[in-house]
Design a protein around this ligand. Structure first.
Ligand code: ATP
Ligand code: MG
Length: 224
């Protein structure tokens, strides 16, 4: 049995954030509340392993995240994946966070993912090791119901074994449980925002004004 955890869990939220939007922000905010997290550590991917190279640079995606979370004292940003000039793998990031000069082995960590990302977990590098390193908190996302009968077989088995209905379990061990949480359902995606931007349409009210101003000033997406 893992040793009893010492502190409130820390949320770990990775993504491409191309660009960051209110779906991401509400996910982190509502996870912190529903799962009683001490805070959320945002980790923009440097070179996402499972998708094509984003249009904007990792530094620019990081800058947008910084702008979006600047006013929230429960949020912090982790630049390690952006700084490492190689593909980003969450399992390696969690191994780094488990080192004693970071969070150490005992602090509960909760990897936050939307339901779409969760269903794709078996494509992630060494995905089964993720639950040795962190809990997983799955956010409901419009269009992606959490349906065990549709999950890939090995993931469905893991879900069955590890799923708990109460988030109280997150403080009982450093890693190994799966919980889900409801969040305000926002059918916002970065893909939708990129489409709006590259076709000269307005993205207002889908993402923070500061991020929109940065996009404009840096001419990040052609046409906008
Ligand atoms: P893209 O369309 O480029 O894939 P995205 O909006 O899905 O962008 P990502 O950076 O891929 O954003 O997602 C980071 C994380 O945030 C993932 O775990 C994803 O499931 C989650 N997420 C993104 N948007 C939402 C949303 N509207 N509701 C719930 N979860 C979301
Ligand atoms: Mg996505």
């Amino acid at each position: 049995m893992p040793e009893r955890a010492e502190e409130r869990p820390l949320g770990i939220f990775g993504g491409t954030f191309d660009p960051v939007h209110f779906g991401h922000l509400r996910l982190a905010e509502e996870a912190a509340d529903s799962l009683a997290l001490a805070g959320v550590r945002w980790i923009p991917a440097g070179q996402p392993a499972l998708r094509g190279t984003p249009q904007v640079t990792a530094r620019q995606r990081l800058a947008m995240v910084r702008l979006a979370i600047a006013e929230n004292r429960s949020f912090e940003v982790d630049t390690a994946e952006v700084d490492a000039e190689r593909p980003s793998y969450t399992v390696l990031t969690l191994e780094r966070l488990r080192q004693t000069d970071h969070c150490g082995p005992r602090r509960p960590l909760v990897l936050l993912v939307g339901a779409d990302a969760f269903a794709g977990l078996p494509d992630w590098h060494r995905w089964q090791a993720l639950l040795d390193l962190a809990h997983i908190g799955v956010a409901h996302r419009p269009g992606f119901p959490i349906d065990i009968t549709r999950l890939p077989g090995a993931l469905a088995d893991t879900y069955r074994d590890r799923f708990c209905t109460s988030s109280a379990v997150l403080t009982e061990s450093p890693a190994g449980r799966i919980v889900s949480f409801a969040m305000t359902q926002l059918a916002i995606s970065a893909t939708q925002i990129r489409t709006l931007l590259t076709t000269g349409r307005s993205p207002r009210y889908l993402l923070p004004d500061e991020v929109i101003a940065y996009i404009r000033s840096q001419h990040l997406y052609p046409e906008y």
